[in-house]
Ligand binder design. Structure first.
Ligand SMILES: [Ca+2]
Ligand SMILES: [Ca+2]
Length: 150
């Protein structure tokens, strides 16, 4: 390799690394074609320093005409264990996935839900501080959307 091609090679590698870093840092969940994100009210739902058993909820006004599938997008902070937090969609418990578990860290997950759990008009998603494993002070739901696909 001559000097010019070496410099060129290093430049190309550096630029690719910067682009890759940028792409990772700006990674966000955005609506895809045919998807609508409906944001819940009352956010964030903050369970820090509250009693085990506390529930907070968020409401959503939905129009379900022509909907083919539905999901919930949850971004949570400091759910240390799946026993710590429970989620209820219109009163029915929907299991949170392992991907939401983290210690003092944000985790975002998309959970597919049965369309039959949702109804036209007002819908409620509640979270419960169900247990405090290793004496955790709580958790927080920072982002909550219902995703409808048409
Ligand atoms: Ca923790
Ligand atoms: Ca916690």
């Amino acid at each position: 390799m001559n000097k010019i091609s070496k410099v060129l090679f290093i430049t190309v590698i550096s630029v690719s690394a910067i682009i890759m870093l940028y792409a990772c840092g700006s990674k966000e969940i955005k609506p895809q074609k045919g998807e609508t994100f409906i944001e819940g009210s009352n956010l964030p739902l903050d369970f820090f320093y509250q009693d085990v058993g506390t529930e907070h909820s968020s409401t959503f006004n939905l129009s379900l005409e022509g909907v083919t599938s539905t999901a919930v997008l949850v971004k949570a902070f400091d759910i240390d264990d799946l026993t710590e937090a429970k989620m209820y969609v219109n009163g029915t418990e929907v299991a949170l996935p392992q991907g939401v578990v983290a210690d003092t860290e944000d985790k975002g997950v998309i959970i597919e839900i049965d369309m039959g759990l949702l109804k036209e008009g007002e819908n409620v998603i509640a979270f419960k501080f169900a247990d405090n494993p290793r004496n955790t002070a709580g958790f927080r739901i920072d982002v909550l959307f219902i995703i409808i696909r048409q």
